[in-house]
Design a protein. Structure first.
Length: 102
């Protein structure tokens, strides 16, 4: 690979946004990489994505049900602050209440 110069050499050192404590990084893998569920609302997973647009960045946070991958909660904001998580959870609570009635 080196002979034909197919090695990626970063131009700058990556600079992280946050520096978390080592103990804070450890968490239990409760799902053990098993993202299937036998009934609705048994397991849920979340993902956050950064989308770049002409006016800047937006962040999309979604909560998915592992049973059918239905989005339970979704929020879009122009920052990655705690309010993004709170809005996503509020939206998920509203939908779950509707699903429980039906």
């Amino acid at each position: 690979m080196e002979k034909i110069e197919l090695i990626h050499k970063p131009r700058r050192k990556p600079n992280g946004i946050t520096k978390a404590e080592r103990e804070a990084r450890k968490s239990d893998d409760l799902l053990k990489r098993d993202f299937t569920a036998s009934r609705p609302l048994q397991k849920a997973v979340t993902d956050i994505s950064e989308l770049k647009g002409s006016n800047g960045k937006v962040y999309v946070l979604a909560i998915f049900d592992c049973f059918d991958l239905m989005p339970l909660g979704l929020a879009i904001e122009n920052n990655m602050k705690a309010s993004l998580c709170c809005h996503t959870l509020e939206n998920a609570k509203k939908l779950i209440r509707i699903l429980m009635v039906v």
